[in-house]
Write a protein that binds this ligand. Structure first.
Ligand SMILES: [Zn+2]
Length: 507
């Protein structure tokens, strides 16, 4: 690899390559599980995957690897790449080196039991069934935080597991800005003159054949610059993207024959993840600089494509005739403004995964506040359902009638992943800040109106994708945009776009 000359780092790279290769083998097993697996094969598959995960853990815990990393930590005069390699290895290794193995095993036991009872609790709308599990999970997460270490807030240690260096104080600063701007703006939208949450051509009855959706999707994905000789698109119940190698990125989509928006937006989203991975400097393959740098930046790229490109009114103007050529009967009499409102419908709702671009971040703010207060003992687990209802009312203006559509709706807590959610909202902020800079070089609206997506992809390749995990998110955003992360790019973008769509005066 270029710019790596230090002998200790070179040895570390050799050892890391084994970890990386095994990780890709496990990713292939996971892809196959989600796309192809016969029903009766799941037990054996999980045995295979668990075995590979164990071998990977052993490689991290290997005493030679550990002492090499310790040595690397005291090396002087390292290059940018060498420093990033050491930093990334320390980042991933901390869970193996700082948290006792017994606690990790206990965590696995607790969460696998929790998952089963969470599912029934959600089906039966019975929080009490999940409550003892959540109490244990919070206890274990607090212990994990103590082992990992933090300055003043234990929740910081959990946030940092998913988004490097993110803190609760930073989330509070950014999320308060989002709240201040978007809570009143959403009210303006729903009270605007022609507001309706009904779409006459998506009504549960009108039929949009899968074969047509597939053609539109392949056309769009190709226009985005996805290289089918370096990846595949398949079908799975929950769309996802996985990296099996530097020239093998797999995405999946899901077809709903009563709502053609679903496969379109999910494909554009997943292709955004794929383009990030495909655009990374190939010199970084099988090294600690491989892959997108964080969950938040990855979501930043996928949401950028989904919302800022795919649901950009100008791009929707470009695709309207395409949709209409396939669905001439279903969309008879539908004009482009109606199609734009169908894709960019703003509707405060209870369920995060169905949320639109404007309300989505507020669903995350709610989860961030809940987690931060639970970890710091300000909300008791038994009071979580009530706290959720209050926050939902304040932030979204809607109050869940059942816990199934409130505190029990997401699987993340059952998996023990407290600290994971904020990365989703960070993604929106990264995307908007990147767009603000891109617009100085690329006339995004004009290109999208003509269906030209390559200038956008090429800009991202050159200015962001190529860096892979060379820079941590806060450095990367400064490198790409010249400024530290702020919420104003996102709120200004939202207010401008949706004021136009809903005819709201901005002054
Ligand atoms: Zn995503």
């Amino acid at each position: 690899m270029k710019n790596v000359n230090n002998p200790t780092i070179k040895k570390l790279l050799e050892k890391y390559k084994e970890i990386s290769l095994l990780g890709k083998v496990n990713a292939l097993l996971g892809w196959d599980l989600n796309v192809n697996l016969p029903r009766q094969a799941s037990a054996f598959r999980s045995e295979q995957s668990a075995y590979i995960a164990e071998v990977i853990t052993d490689k991290w815990l290997d005493s030679k690897f550990r002492s090499l990393l310790e040595k690397a930590n005291s090396e002087k005069d390292l290059t940018l790449e060498e420093k990033a390699i050491v930093r990334n290895l320390n980042f991933t290794a901390k869970i193996y080196y700082k948290v006792p193995k017994e606690l990790i095993i206990e965590n696995e036991k607790v969460t696998s039991g929790a998952f089963i009872d969470w599912r029934t609790a959600k089906e039966e709308n019975n929080f009490k069934k999940f409550q003892p599990h959540l109490t244990k999970i919070v206890e274990i997460d607090k212990q994990i935080a103590e082992h990992l270490g933090y300055k003043s807030n234990p929740y910081d240690a959990l946030l940092d597991l998913y988004e490097p260096e993110l803190t609760a104080a930073e989330c509070t600063r950014l999320f308060n800005g989002i709240k201040k701007e978007l809570v009143p703006f959403i009210k303006k939208i729903t009270k605007s003159k022609d507001y309706t949450d009904q779409i006459k051509f998506i009504n549960g009855l009108t039929h949009y054949p899968k074969a047509d959706q597939e053609k539109i999707l392949n056309y769009t994905v190709e226009k985005m610059g996805f290289d089918f000789s370096r990846g595949r698109v398949d079908i799975s119940a929950h769309p996802f993207t996985t990296t099996l190698g530097p020239h093998d990125i797999r995405t999946t989509t899901f077809y709903s024959e009563t709502d053609f928006r679903e496969s379109f937006t999910s494909s554009v989203h997943e292709t955004g993840h794929a383009l990030y991975e495909l655009g990374i400097n190939s010199d970084f393959a099988s090294t600690p600089l491989e892959g997108g740098v964080s969950l938040g930046v990855h979501e930043g790229m996928s949401r950028f494509w989904e919302n800022m490109v795919g649901k950009n009114p100008n791009f929707l103007r470009f695709v309207t005739p395409i949709f209409k050529s396939f669905y001439d009967k279903q969309l008879a009499g539908v004009d482009e403004a109606e199609l734009i409102k169908a894709f960019d419908l703003v509707k405060p709702s209870l369920i995060r995964i169905h949320a639109d671009e404007v309300t989505y971040s507020l669903h995350i703010v709610l989860r961030f506040e809940m987690e931060n207060e639970i970890i710091n003992g300000k909300i008791a687990v038994k009071d979580a359902p009530e706290a959720w209802r209050e926050k939902s009312k304040k932030l979204l203006g809607v109050e869940p009638k059942t816990d199934s559509e409130g505190v029990l709706q997401d699987v993340h807590w059952a998996y023990g992943n407290l600290g994971y959610f904020p990365a989703y909202a960070m993604g929106n902020l990264y995307g908007a800040q990147v767009l603000s800079v891109m617009q100085k070089k690329v006339n995004v609206d004009k290109e999208l109106l003509r269906g030209n997506l390559l200038p956008v992809k090429n800009w991202l390749d050159e200015n962001l994708h190529q860096y892979g995990s060379l820079y941590f998110p806060s450095e990367l955003i400064k490198k790409v945009t010249g400024k530290p992360l702020d919420y104003t790019y996102f709120t200004e973008y939202i207010i401008k776009k949706y004021s136009e769509i809903y005819g709201i005066a901005t002054k």
